[in-house]
Design a protein around this ligand. Structure first.
Ligand code: TMP
Length: 216
């Protein structure tokens, strides 16, 4: 059965590692899984990602940034997410509509209702069934992200890492507020500790979602 599961969290919260582990776990159970990410996931959206994340683009104004995220999402939904769900696959997506609310809304201060409208336009009826928010202190997450970028020489990924600690704190608090307002869909997972520990918490939550009858 098709499921659309999104992963959210501040910089350095470990989403990429965890999504790979979840995908493997689900495939071993015989599920057909597609992993993808935002911004990006298809060539046109990847080109928009380049513009959005390149540190040289610090002149990008908040409204243009918001519209570019929406444009990338509309393309990604049409090319990747909707077709996969129509084929009955499980889609695991690294960031989606909640990221726009957390970063452009809570982080940048753009109007949340306006963002909701744009999100609706971009994703049409492709709404996540489950959203897992990997939560950890923003100072620790940011430090982890900066270390990763310098270790991997990812000089083109830095525009958000250059933001202030206060920005990242607003983003974190934004995610927690969103989760409080959508308790049916969103689950907050403690992302501190080893990848194995975080993964155990995630898998328990996921198992409960996919097979509620088996919950302890
Ligand atoms: P990533 O580092 O998880 O790949 O995400 C790229 C960056 O884009 C990250 O700093 C969060 C940001 N972002 C937004 O600001 N708004 C959005 O709607 C999305 C999807 C990502």
């Amino acid at each position: 059965m098709a499921h659309f599961i999104t992963f959210e969290g501040i910089e350095g919260s470990g989403k990429t590692t965890q999504i790979a582990m979840v995908a493997e776990f689900l495939r071993r159970q015989g599920h057909h899984v597609v992993t993808t990410r935002e911004p990006g996931g298809c060539p046109i959206a990847d080109a928009i990602r380049e513009i959005l994340l390149h540190p040289a683009n610090d002149a990008l104004v908040d409204r243009a940034e918001l519209l570019l995220y929406a444009a990338a999402r509309a393309q990604h939904v049409a090319e990747v997410i909707r077709p996969a769900l129509q084929q009955g696959l499980i889609v695991l997506c690294d960031r989606y509509t909640d990221a726009t609310l957390a970063y452009q809304g809570y982080g940048r201060g753009l109007d949340l209702d306006l963002i909701e409208e744009l999100n609706a336009l971009a994703c049409a009826d492709c709404r996540p069934h489950l959203t897992l928010v990997l939560d950890m202190p923003h100072e620790a997450g940011l430090q982890r992200a900066l270390q990763r970028n310098s270790a991997e020489n990812m000089t083109d990924e830095g525009r958000f890492e250059q933001e202030s600690l206060a920005f990242h704190q607003r983003v974190r608090e934004g995610y927690l507020a969103l989760a409080r307002n959508a308790p049916q869909r969103m689950r907050v997972i403690d992302a501190t500790g080893s990848p194995g520990e975080v993964s155990e918490r995630l898998m328990a939550c996921l198992q409960n979602f996919l097979d509620p009858g088996m919950a302890p």
